[in-house]
Each structure stands twice: as structure tokens, then as C-alpha cells.
Design a protein around this ligand. Structure first.
Ligand code: ATP
Length: 249
């Protein structure tokens, strides 16, 4: 079913629309086939969350915006699922926070990297990095260790929506502060995160963009206070307990 063919009255409208976008991403050569499976895993958690944003996730999205605005060199890592699902919001976060966009793929492919960069540019991105991959992050195998020298290689804060757990742990060990969006609060990526956002990327990315627009005119002291007041462990625990309790039960 295409995105347009799904009737808004369908009880699972958002979920079906998201699936259609991932399928279209695969057809367009943006999303890897493995991205379909990752989406399925995410959907299971979202189902248990009642497909709603928890208050702690809304707070985390605001803290993420503050952290990107306070960073010296913020970078947003984009993979095939993120590009297919939230290209506009991703570009909006980059432009509101002056963050660099870098394409990073678990299933590395030069062709797909270029398709994703072109897709982001169609959605308004100025520049997309990820092509000068001379920097290395330690602790993982060679191909996946490579990052853009001027991008994640030099970043102090990275937003890594839907990142592979290995890479997220390696980036944290390299001293990067990480903002992770992942519906699974128990994933290795979320455990490594400075700011874990347990929410669907389709809700979290627009929330970060809106918060960044709001916070960019605030002074640095109030943004710093917002970051300092955030409790990552409490946010992870709140998501885990919401999922275990199951709003459906
Ligand atoms: P771990 O971090 O535990 O090692 P993993 O790296 O093996 O996990 P993947 O199999 O790559 O994780 O799965 C992708 C992750 O992305 C899952 O944790 C899933 O919950 C999450 N995910 C998938 N789609 C979305 C989405 N639309 N929004 C938020 N999170 C999502």
C-alpha cells in the first residue's frame, strides 16, 4: 500500500504510513532491506507504548535540542531509515542548530550513501557529509569504524537516531556526547546515550526541531540548566516501566 492509499480513518494509520515510507525507501535505494526488520522491532515497542510520546521522552527531546544548540560541533548521523521516515524534520533540526548532516550506514554502500545525500538535499539540506571517511573510532571492526573526519570525527555532540548498538558504544567510549532516539530503552545504543529519547523517530525528530526553534532565542544559561537537570537513567527507567506495564493491559 502506498503512503497516499492509506485512509486516515484506519486505526493503525500512523503505523501503516510509516511502513509505507520504509518500503518506499527500500524501493528508492535509500533504505537497506535490513531496515525493514529494524522498523519491525521498533514497532513492537511502540505498540506497547500506545504509540504515544511519554512525558520523559518529550523532556529528553527538549534537552537534546538544548545540547545541540550548546555544542561546539554538533553532527546528526543519518541512516536509510531516518532518511526515509523523517527527511524534513532531520533537515529542520540541522538548520535550527547549525549541525552537520553525516550519512552513516550499517550496511555500507557508496551508492546508497549518495542516494541518501541527494534525498536530504531534495528536502532542503545544504550540505551532507559522510564521504571523507578517514577518521576511525576504536573498538569496532574496520568498515563500521570509519566516520567523516570533519563530521563525527571532530564532533563533541552527535545525534544518532536508530544507531547500531556497537557503534553507539564505541562513539561514547571515544568521548562523544550522544543523543539517541530508539524505541527500545534497553538497547545498547540507549544505554550508551547521554540523552536517551525512547520514542518513535517520527515523533521525536519533529519534537527536537520544534524545541530547537524555541530554545535558540533563549540564553545559553537556561539551556545549560535544562541539560544539567536531565536524568538519563530516570528517562530510561520510565520508558522501560511504561513498556512493561503496557498501556494496553
Ligand atoms: P542493540 O542496541 O541492543 O544492539 P541493535 O543495534 O541490534 O540493538 P537493531 O536491530 O539495529 O538494534 O534495531 C534497530 C533499533 O532501532 C531497535 O532497537 C528498534 O527499537 C529501533 N527502531 C526501529 N525503528 C524505529 C523508529 N521508527 N523509531 C525509533 N526507534 C526505532
Amino acid at each position: 500500500m502506498t503512503d497516499e492509499a492509506i485512509p486516515p480513518s484506519h486505526p493503525r494509520y500512523d503505523s501503516l504510513r510509516t511502513r509505507a515510507r520504509i518500503e518506499a525507501g527500500v524501493d528508492a535505494g535509500i533504505t537497506a532491506r535490513g531496515g525493514l526488520i529494524a522498523q519491525g522491532r521498533g514497532e513492537a515497542f511502540d505498540y506497547l507504548l500506545g504509540e504515544q510520546t511519554l512525558p520523559t521522552a518529550a523532556t529528553a527531546a527538549r534537552v537534546a535540542a538544548a545540547m545541540l544548540l550548546e555544542a561546539e560541533h554538533p553532527v546528526i548521523s543519518v541512516n536509510g531509515n531516518v532518511a526515509a521516515l523523517v527527511p524534513d524534520a532531520t533537515v529542520a533540526v540541522a538548520s535550527a542548530t547549525d549541525a552537520m548532516l553525516e550519512v552513516n550506514l550499517f550496511h555500507a554502500s557508496e551508492e546508497r550513501r549518495e542516494s541518501i545525500a541527494a534525498h536530504l538535499q531534495e528536502h532542503g539540506a545544504d550540505e551532507v557529509g559522510g564521504f571523507d571517511r578517514d577518521a576511525q573510532i576504536g573498538g569496532i571492526d574496520h568498515a563500521r569504524a570509519r566516520v567523516d573526519t570533519a563530521g563525527i570525527g571532530a564532533a563533541d555532540v552527535v545525534l544518532i537516531p536508530l544507531e547500531d548498538g556497537d557503534r553507539a558504544a564505541a562513539l561514547a567510549a571515544a568521548g562523544k556526547r550522544e543523543i539517541v532516539i530508539d524505541l527500545n530503552p534497553l538497547s545498547r545504543s540507549m544505554t550508551a546515550a547521554t540523552v536517551p529519547i525512547a520514542d518513535n523517530v517520527t515523533r521525536a525528530m519533529p519534537a527536537i526541531a520544534a524545541a530547537a526553534e524555541d530554545l535558540r532565542t533563549e540564553d545559553s544559561r537556561s539551556r545549560t540548566a535544562l541539560i544539567a537537570g536531565f536524568d538519563a537513567d530516570a528517562a530510561r527507567a520510565a520508558a522501560e516501566s511504561a513498556i512493561r506495564a503496557g498501556v494496553l493491559s
